[in-house]
Design a protein around this ligand. Structure first.
Ligand SMILES: *Cc1c(COP(=O)(O)O)cnc(C)c1O
Length: 422
């Protein structure tokens, strides 16, 4: 084993990991395309795009060249009172890509913080309009919006960390996704009952990611948007996971013809290369902050916001969406995932199979030995990281049909092994 591994591991604290019992992490030395190369010489096919970020695969030469050029000219400068070309071009391009008048971009460095900024925007929006009592947020069962305190309070209370941190988080309101008529009446009633105190509804449009790859249809999303308008509550679309093609369109909201008041973006924004996030507001949201009162200004400002290297990477990533057939690749992945994962539904211990865009999920029933599943996938030469009771695939969009077939075959094999033991 290399020195950096043996000497460094005792000083590292890994995320969501019981350090007493977890399998040791794998040492990575390089990435290329859809492949992760390990220090021991093995190669894994990546089925989850490094937490759903690496949409163009790894080490795309166009992004590398853009970042290298930016590094030589202007790696970073503070973004208060100073601006630079990579951020302004990126803001302009995001505004052009997003629907309607979603046109004001606030840059941060992570998805959770992008959601925090959306919450501040929504709450300050109403305060600036003389409605300071409108400050609570509605979220949905199975939601995931981040790991910071304000965003944890918007995650599914059973799947999330509510019990661990009870009493330390803001108290928000959970709703069921209004997927049928009676749930729609209930959602409507909830907005009517609490409307006077609500700042916003927040949703991961069409696919709820970390809460288990739960999917709902465009009509449900359209109903939520319409109810928000009717009850004068802002709609925040957390497209951190769905944005940039993952669900099939550039943004999931497009499929339902929904224009949210605020959109959060991150994960694939830089093509999986550098940390960056954006909270994008409609014109009327921005205009509520314009006044003679300094306290009416948006009160947020991360030190590394709008980092030029990250913005250059994001601009290069958007170039690739223009130059290379990403959305067609997503459609092909969707068709192949549907074909090749459907037979998993017949296995014992499988509760269901769901596919949407470049997302394929197999929900398991019964006891799930995550550690064993993860080990088996690595032994088969693929990198997957199932969570809860869901094994999912979210490959880079550039994956070949052969590599994707290797991923789906490995999933079928490991789940068949599990079925044989049930
Ligand atoms: C990942 C994710 C976040 C949090 O992003 P971080 O960069 O991990 O803070 C928020 N919302 C959604 C929908 C996500 O998938």
């Amino acid at each position: 084993m290399s020195d950096w591994l043996t000497e460094g591991l005792p000083h590292i604290w890994l995320p969501y990991t019981q350090m007493a019992t977890a399998a040791p992490p794998l040492a990575v030395v390089a990435t290329q395309g859809v492949r992760i190369r390990l220090a021991d010489g093995r190669e894994l096919i990546d089925g989850i795009s490094s937490w759903w970020t690496a949409c163009h695969g790894y080490s795309h030469p166009h992004i590398r060249a853009a970042v290298e050029q930016q590094l030589a000219a202007l790696p970073h400068v503070m973004f208060a009172g100073l601006v630079h070309e990579p951020a302004l071009r990126l803001a302009q391009r995001l505004a052009a890509l997003l629907p309607g008048d979603l046109e004001r971009v606030f840059f941060t460095e992570s998805g959770s913080v992008a959601v925090e900024v959306a919450l501040k925007m929504a709450i300050q929006y109403w305060r600036n309009k003389g409605r300071a009592e409108k400050k609570r947020i509605v979220y949905f069962r199975h939601a995931y919006h981040g790991d910071t305190f304000a965003t944890m309070a918007l995650c599914d209370p059973d799947e999330g960390m509510h019990a661990l941190f009870a009493g330390t988080m803001p108290d928000q309101i959970m709703a069921e996704l209004p997927t049928d008529e009676s749930l729609r009446r209930a959602f409507d009633l909830l907005l009517e009952t609490h409307g006077e105190r609500l700042a916003a509804v927040i949703i991961e449009p069409l696919v709820q990611g970390a809460g288990g790859m739960q999917m709902h249809d465009a009509a449900t999303l359209a109903f939520i948007a319409e109810a928000c308008t009717r009850h004068k509550v802002l709609l925040v679309a957390d497209e951190i996971m769905t944005g940039f093609g993952r669900s099939g369109r550039m943004f999931a909201c497009e499929e339902a013809n929904v224009l949210p008041d605020i959109v959060c973006l991150s994960k694939a924004l830089t093509g999986g290369t550098l940390p960056l996030a954006a909270t994008v507001a409609r014109r009327h949201v921005f205009e509520a902050f314009l006044s003679d009162d300094p306290a009416a200004a948006l009160m947020h400002g991360p030190t590394y916001m709008a980092n030029p290297l990250a913005c250059a990477a994001a601009n290069a990533s958007l170039d690739l969406f223009e130059r290379e057939p990403r959305l067609a690749q997503v459609a092909a992945i969707e068709a192949q995932l549907s074909r090749e994962l459907s037979s998993c539904g017949e296995l014992a211990g499988v509760a269901g199979v769901r596919v949407k865009g470049a997302i394929g999920a197999v929900e398991l029933s019964g006891n799930v030995d995550l550690k064993h599943l993860r080990t088996r996938f690595t032994e088969l030469g693929i990198w997957l990281r199932p969570f809860g009771n869901v094994v999912y695939l979210m490959p880079p969009f550039i994956i070949t049909a052969d590599d994707l077939a290797t991923l789906t075959a490995a999933v079928r094999q490991v789940l068949a092994e599990r079925a044989a033991l049930l």
